[in-house]
Each structure stands twice: as C-alpha cells, then as structure tokens.
Design a protein around this ligand. Sequence first.
Ligand SMILES: [Zn+2]
Length: 215
Amino acid sequence: MDGDGMKACPSCGEIRPVGEFMQNRRKCRKCLKEYQREYRLANHEKIKGYYREYQLANQEKIKEQRREYRLANQEKIKERGREYYIANQEKIKEKDREYRLANQEKIKEKKRKYQLANQEKIKEKKREYWLANQEKIKERQRKYQLANPEKYKERQRKYINRLSDGYVRIMLRQSKISDSSPEVIDLKREQVLLRREIKQFKQEVGNGTAGTGDL
Ligand SMILES: [Zn+2]
C-alpha cells in the first residue's frame, strides 16, 4: 500500500507521502495529533490520576531528579526567574500584598517561631551586618534624624521607655548611683532621653536646620 512512497490514512482517507506518517503508525501525523488531543481531553481526570499515582510511587526519585536538574541548571533557572519577575512585577507584588493581608497572623506567628528558634544566629548576623556596614548605617541614621526630627524624637522616646528596669539599673550603677528605686529609674530614663535630644539638637544646629521654635 505504500508503493511509491505514498500511504493512505484510514482516519482522514487522504493518500499522503510516508514522511507525513510516524513509523509503524497507520494514521497520519495530523490525525494522530488530533486523536491524542481528543484523548487527553476525554481522559483528563484519568491521566491526572495516573500522573498523581506515578508521583506518589516515585517521590524520592522525582525529588532526586529535580535536585539534579536544579544543580545542573542553576544559572538558567536564576535567569528565568529574573525574567519572569521583571515581566510580572506588578502582578507578583499585588499577590504578595494580598497574601500578607490575608495571612497576617500566620506570618507573625511563623516569624516569632523562627526568631525564637534562631536567636543566636540572628544576633550573630545582625552583629556581622553592623560591623560590615557601620559607616553606612550611621550615615543613614544621621540623614533620617535630620529629615525627620519629630519622628526621630518619638522613636527615641519609645526606645528609652522600652529599656528594662534592669538595664537602667546597670546604667545607674555605672554612674555610681546606688539608689535604684522606681522613681530614680524613671529619672534616669528621662536623663538619657534628654541627653539624646540635646545631641540631636546640636546636630541640627550644626547642620543649620534647627528652627528657633525649639529654643
Ligand atoms: Zn489522516
């Protein structure tokens, strides 16, 4: 039936060059493709089931294959991720925002747990970061302070009010004050705050941005 390189497709009835057939297939490529498409559509659930079963039975193998693929294609994956992010930035940001809004409590709880479990690591990381970026951080603080004097003052107040009594007691001892009654502790807090405000004021004056209203 494929006498001079031609073959008849039983599905569409056309007589086509053998090149348009896959080896050992009766239907032509076009019909085969159509048939596969219809089969997939008609057996969507069944195919999904097979796939799930396969995944379940080969979890370890699949994991290992993925790991190998990731290792061998690190750069490609990174590049693809970057491209995807750039192309979908707005969508991703919006999704992120939505997720965070809907899962505020869950996220907080997760963060709390992580921080509790990694206290030492976090402390060490912070210290390392600070050491490596001291100048940058100080400069940023100075700029923030100058640009937002009221906010900065408010922050300082909050920070100092949060200092534990024990910590303030140590400060008192360093200043050779033996009385550490609650009143004295509060006074010390006020003093620390005042000192910081004076320092800030001096900086503002030094920079020529201080208003005379504060005087
Ligand atoms: Zn055909």
